[in-house]
Write a protein that binds this ligand. Structure first.
Ligand code: URA
Length: 212
């Protein structure tokens, strides 16, 4: 399979381990949520490694030190509700002072097209770095529409973190947004006729919140 340049599957022993538990249908909601948070932290560690840095100076107890800092107030986490919310918790453990902009997009069960019911993003999109969070990159429709909306606001620094991706979503997203990098924990086999990722983990929102 051809993997686009802006798509990265993060190969890490702990991510493999946690994905095994996340996929297991016998894993209950509490543990599932904790694992999603932990997997997001591992993916987020890699996804944020090239955030821009600013030079600064601090006083250590000994002397002056030149340090580098991330402009955390310019980082905006964008969880796509509802399943993305659990990923925001993981990212906030890494970047506690990041802003959080929530996007409510859901798939229409018949058309499978994204429907936008909530969109609350901090102003001055041009100076922010947006980290879009959605555990499942399935058809790609929802996350493509979210990135479209962010770009409409002037955003040009956007990256996405997904726990599991399907080849169909990867292709659709990477063709539409070649300038936006996607970090994922796994690239699965395919989508089934109901647009679920196979083997996947089932419905992420239902498993997170016990609504199945
Ligand atoms: N959303 C989910 O929660 N699961 C899938 O497999 C695809 C989309």
């Amino acid at each position: 399979m051809n993997i686009p340049d802006n798509f990265q599957v993060i190969d890490h022993a702990l991510i493999h381990h946690k994905l095994g538990l996340i996929r297991d249908k016998n894993t209950g909601s509490k543990e599932f949520r904790e694992l999603v948070t932990e997997a997001t932290m591992l993916l987020g560690y890699e996804a944020t490694k090239d955030l821009s840095l600013k030079d600064a100076e601090v006083q250590t107890p000994i002397t002056t030190a030149q340090v580098k800092t991330v402009e955390v107030a310019d980082i905006v986490l964008v969880p796509i509700m509802r399943a993305g919310l659990s990923m925001a918790e993981g990212m906030l453990k890494l970047i506690p002072n990041a802003r959080v902009g929530c996007v409510g997009m859901e798939r229409d069960h018949e058309t499978h097209q994204p429907v936008d019911y909530y969109f609350k993003i901090p102003n001055q999109a041009q100076k922010r770095t947006f980290i879009v969070l959605d555990p499942m990159l399935a058809t790609g429709g929802t996350i493509i529409a979210t990135v479209d909306r962010l770009k409409d606001l002037g955003a040009d620094k956007i990256l996405c973190v997904c726990i599991i991706s399907a080849p169909e979503g990867m292709e659709a997203f990477c063709e539409q947004h070649q300038d936006v990098k996607v970090y994922t924990g796994a690239l699965d086999d395919h989508l089934n006729s109901s647009k679920y990722i196979v083997p996947g983990l089932g419905d992420a929102g239902d498993r997170l919140y016990g609504t199945d």
